[in-house]
Design a protein around this ligand. Structure first.
Ligand code: ATP
Length: 366
């Protein structure tokens, strides 16, 4: 009877609770025992009450809840081998040999590293006298499965990460509210949205709200973007538009990688186009609130698939990450997925914007 633990790590995202619920319940339905690790990798390092057995009813009502009810943390100790050794010891103490991690690329990288090191960690537990050979015998292999939880939609091999559609929904609602006041006063608003290196939230929010101009990290505007933006906004006004919305991704920059800030855009709209302009930074409201229907569905289907992947894995199976690709729930190589994502960031740094866009194909819908 397998003992499968689930944890959330990195930035919180709506739908993470649905993923935990699905993993716990599918584990129990498969005749196995479910555990939750509280506070991300910190819970694995701390052990004890931070790794709790979960019953069916423990996750009741979790499907719609935003954030993560089992907590998340950035854990420095897990970056060190010593921290991972303690984590391995705590897992063996609870009898856990499979871990489902819902988080971003950092969390998934940490997970694969842990799995790769696992045999040597177990050897060290024995050689240092912390565990006997007998105790570690059933734990020679660690099973890891990744679920991508992030509002940014920044993992290249999946069309949607758990949380991104809830966040997009929230951004659109906020822009709709701002639209009303912008229209009334004939104002311009510059809206900064989250996403780090990834412009998916900004692009989709722009498309979904009919924004006048959008700034993305992967596809920076032309060299003379100041004139271009002012001329487009001015033309829209001449055509009778009473409001202006410009969306700026938090990682936006020009083609030389100089940051484009919402205040720079505001100054241009005020001084060059003569518009009464305000900046709104949506901030953490983009992460909170209930999960939208899509994220509940995605989290549930992927959580179930993650448990199936654990139960079907052999020691030779590379760690999978559960993705959605053209509307199908699929398993992909975890390390390849993280690598492709990291390559996009590198391409942006190298000013290879066409390459960065190509690397984002899955999320941007080509
Ligand atoms: P988000 O995309 O929301 O930031 P993330 O999963 O990328 O999520 P990180 O802060 O990069 O967030 O990682 C979360 C935690 O995962 C870290 O605090 C650390 O404990 C662990 N981790 C990340 N990278 C590694 C690594 N290379 N080795 C070991 N542990 C790691």
């Amino acid at each position: 009877k397998k003992k499968i633990a689930v944890m959330t790590s990195g930035g919180d995202a709506p739908g993470m609770n649905g993923a935990v619920r699905a993993v716990v319940r599918q584990t129990i339905a498969s005749g196995c025992t479910a555990f939750a690790v509280y506070e991300g990798y910190q819970g694995l390092v701390d052990g004890g009450d931070m790794i709790k057995e979960m019953k069916w009813e423990d996750v009741r009502g979790w499907l719609s809840e935003g954030g993560t009810l089992i907590g998340t943390a950035r854990c420095m100790a897990f970056h060190e081998r010593k921290g991972r050794l303690t984590a391995a010891n705590n897992m063996i103490e609870k009898g856990i040999d499979a871990l489902v991690i819902c988080g971003g690329d950092g969390s998934l990288t940490g997970a694969d590293r842990f799995r790769g090191e696992w045999p040597s960690l177990v050897d060290e537990l024995v050689s240092s006298g912390m565990r006997t050979e007998q105790e570690v015998k059933p734990f020679r292999h660690l099973n890891i499965v990744g679920l991508v939880g992030s509002i940014d939609n920044d993992l290249s091999t999946t069309d949607a990460t758990i949380g991104c559609y809830s966040s997009l929904q929230r951004i659109c609602q906020a822009i709709d509210f701002i639209d009303a006041t912008a229209f009334s006063h004939q104002r311009a608003f510059v809206i900064e949205v989250m996403g780090r290196h990834c412009g998916w939230l900004a692009l989709m929010a722009g498309v979904s709200t009919g924004a006048d101009f959008v700034f993305l990290p992967e596809n920076p505007p032309s060299e003379n973007w100041q004139e271009e933006m002012c001329s487009i906004v001015g033309k829209h006004r001449e055509l009778g538009k009473r409001k202006t919305i410009v969306v700026v991704a938090e990682g936006a920059h020009d083609r030389d990688l100089n940051a484009i800030s919402p205040n720079m855009v505001k100054d241009l709209l005020s001084n060059k186009v003569g518009l009464d302009t305000r900046v709104t930074t949506l901030g953490h409201v983009q992460r909170g609130g209930t999960a939208c229907a899509y994220d509940r569905m995605l989290a549930t289907l992927q959580g179930v698939e993650a448990v199936k992947a654990v139960l079907e894995a052999t020691p030779e199976t590379p760690s999978p990450v559960i993705c959605i690709d053209e509307n199908k729930i699929v398993r992909k190589g975890l390390i390849e997925a993280v690598q492709i994502t990291k390559d996009v960031a590198k391409k942006i740094e190298a000013k290879d914007f066409a390459g960065a866009m190509a690397g984002r194909d899955a999320e941007f819908g080509e």
